[in-house]
Design a protein around this ligand. Structure first.
Ligand code: NAP
Length: 287
């Protein structure tokens, strides 16, 4: 099975490398072409000039781009060349409605679409240890599974098209709460003059331990906020979550609080920093 990867950002680059290591990657495309050329040279695969060319030459198209309109723009293009039977797997975080629109566009060409957002951060993408939540035809997932397994430690079929993204929204709300909790608690620890390495180590071993604390705790308390997962991207996700929550009458307390904090960070020019930059607003000497 020949696979092609569209979108070589913080996540896509690690994903592409793992697909290549397993021998499935035939080519890559990135909007900023130099990134695709550099990676193609490194992995000895093709750097396609256009997504249409990539789609015409592979059995499975994988994509990981920024937001809803980017997914639809890419699908609009690949739709013109995709062959019947091709499976398109979108690993971006977008709305369930976008997933349904993309699936309908590709169905016109008898191509399958799976919404397959992931969790696990850039570390998970690099180490092939992502958790993937999938919506769409189970038969298409079974076919794509060997390629998807090169990037993941867990693949869960959630139901029809859109249910992968609906599950990812759950993850993004939880991520907002965890970010609020870890940044606020560590700022509290630092203000008391506690030894931060020890705080992080001992709490990581107990009931409040979590991935974010372990992977971002030390850096945030040193004022290092390299992405990671950009504030602007989580902000985009939480807007989707808020719309969904309002539709079903669910609580939006954490969502609203975190959106307001992220808006402030973005206004101050920190939108491209990792979401742990929320620490900037919690630190006792915050600017
Ligand atoms: P990123 O580093 O900003 O990369 C975004 C990628 O999408 C870049 O390759 C960019 O191309 C490409 N792109 C954006 N708009 C495009 C368009 N209209 N047409 C073609 N390509 C386009 O973002 P990321 O962190 O890899 O995240 C990608 C997706 O995964 C997002 O939906 C994000 O929410 C989700 N996600 C991220 C994480 C994380 O920890 N970072 C974890 C799970 C899920 P250029 O190089 O030309 O800009």
């Amino acid at each position: 099975m020949k696979a092609g990867m569209i979108g070589l950002g913080a996540m896509g680059i690690g994903m592409a490398k793992n697909i290549a290591t397993a021998g499935y990657l035939s080519g890559v495309y990135n909007r900023t072409a130099v990134k695709a050329q550099n990676l193609a040279d490194e992995l000895n695969v093709i750097a396609f000039d256009r997504p249409e060319e990539l789609a015409a030459n592979v059995d499975i198209v994988l994509m990981c781009v920024s937001a809803d309109h980017d997914v639809l723009a890419v699908v609009e293009k690949i739709k013109t060349t995709v062959r019947p039977g091709t499976i398109v797997v979108d690993m971006s975080t977008v709305s369930s409605d976008t997933a349904k629109q993309a699936a309908a566009m590709l169905a016109e060409k008898q191509a399958a679409f799976l919404d397959a957002p992931v969790s696990g951060g850039v570390e998970g993408a690099k180490n092939g240890a992502l958790a993937m939540m999938v919506g769409g035809d189970p038969a298409a997932l079974a076919q794509a599974r060997p390629v998807l397994e090169t990037m993941t430690r867990c693949i869960m079929h959630m139901g029809p098209t859109g249910s992968g993204q609906a599950t990812k929204a759950v993850n993004q709300i939880m991520g907002a709460g965890i970010n609020q909790a870890v940044t606020e608690a560590l700022a509290f620890a630092q203000a008391q003059g506690l030894p931060m390495e020890k705080v992080i180590e001992v709490i990581s071993g107990g009931a409040s331990g979590n991935w974010f604390l372990q992977h971002r705790g030390a850096t945030m308390t040193r004022g290092v906020f390299a992405p990671g997962f950009k504030v602007a991207l989580h902000h985009k996700d939480l807007l989707i979550c808020r719309t969904m929550a309002e539709q079903i009458g669910a609580s939006t307390t954490l969502i609203d609080m975190t959106l307001a904090d992220y808006r402030l960070l973005m206004t101050k020019g920190y939108g491209d920093e990792d979401i742990s930059a929320l620490y900037r607003l919690k630190a006792v000497d915050s600017d």
